[in-house]
Design a protein around this ligand. Structure first.
Ligand SMILES: N[C@@H](CCC(=O)N[C@@H](CS)C(=O)NCC(=O)O)C(=O)O
Length: 229
């Protein structure tokens, strides 16, 4: 899909990538990828607390009213392309730059599987845990939802911790990939949810080591601060 830039968030450099985001875990992924790849881009803050995501112009970028969204004016065949969904954006930017997605077909598909595991499980389950643990405590007297999402978040942390027992990164020792750029911001989100004690995060030593190693990278720190909350 190609489109004109939204007038509410004008592009001062319409020749470069335009990012529409906020520094939430899903938003951070794309800021980090852009900084790690060194692509030129312009960032526009979308305030989801103020309801910017429901603006008709934003819905032209993402009909699902979620950040992040992105326009690349130099997309396939030199045409402009518009993106929703952070996982798809990471794959696109990886293909565009030849970075953070292994070229070996078997390793490439394995990376994509872990990327999908983040999009389908880590994000939704951690997000629901955060919702019921931090934001909806007063709104429900039923403990079922919090118990369910706490158990799921712990189960997923176990899966990640086991994977990282023998690997520095999700795909191995010397190769950070888009799977890491997708997963690590969601580990960091547990700080914001203040859920470490409930989840027993400290016992997932490899996950903690992995999160700290990821956020020690200068480009990760720069990318994570794009469109700050
Ligand atoms: N699967 C989507 C999820 C995007 C998403 O849930 N974004 C949240 C912020 S982390 C959002 O825009 N929330 C606004 C809302 O729900 O109204 C992706 O990975 O891009």
């Amino acid at each position: 899909m190609s489109m004109l830039f939204p007038s509410r968030w004008p592009a001062t450099r319409p020749d470069i990538i335009q990012l529409y985001s906020l520094a939430t875990p899903n938003g951070q992924k794309v800021g980090i990828m852009l900084e790690e790849t060194g692509l030129e881009y312009e960032a526009h803050k979308i305030d989801i607390m103020a309801g910017d995501q429901f603006d008709e112009e934003f819905k032209q970028l993402n009909p699902n009213s979620k950040i992040p969204a992105l326009i690349d004016p130099n997309g396939p065949s030199g045409q402009s392309i518009t993106f929703m969904e952070s996982g798809a954006i990471l794959m696109y930017l990886a293909e565009k730059t030849g970075r953070f997605l292994p070229s070996d077909p078997a390793r490439r598909w394995e990376t994509i599987q872990w990327l999908f595991l983040q999009v389908a499980h880590v994000g939704p389950m951690f997000g629901q845990f955060g919702h019921f643990f931090k934001f909806a405590r007063e709104k429900t007297s039923d403990s079922y939802a919090l118990e369910r999402y706490t158990a799921e978040a712990k189960r997923i942390l176990t899966v990640l911790d086991q994977r990282l027992q023998t690997r520095e990164w999700i795909m191995g020792d010397d190769e950070m990939t888009i799977a890491d750029i997708a997963i690590a911001p969601w580990i960091k989100a547990l700080d914001f949810y203040e859920g470490h004690e409930t989840l027993g995060t400290e016992s997932f030593t490899q996950v903690i080591r992995y999160r700290d190693q990821f956020y020690a990278r200068p480009n990760v720190q720069k990318g994570a601060a794009v469109c700050s909350l």
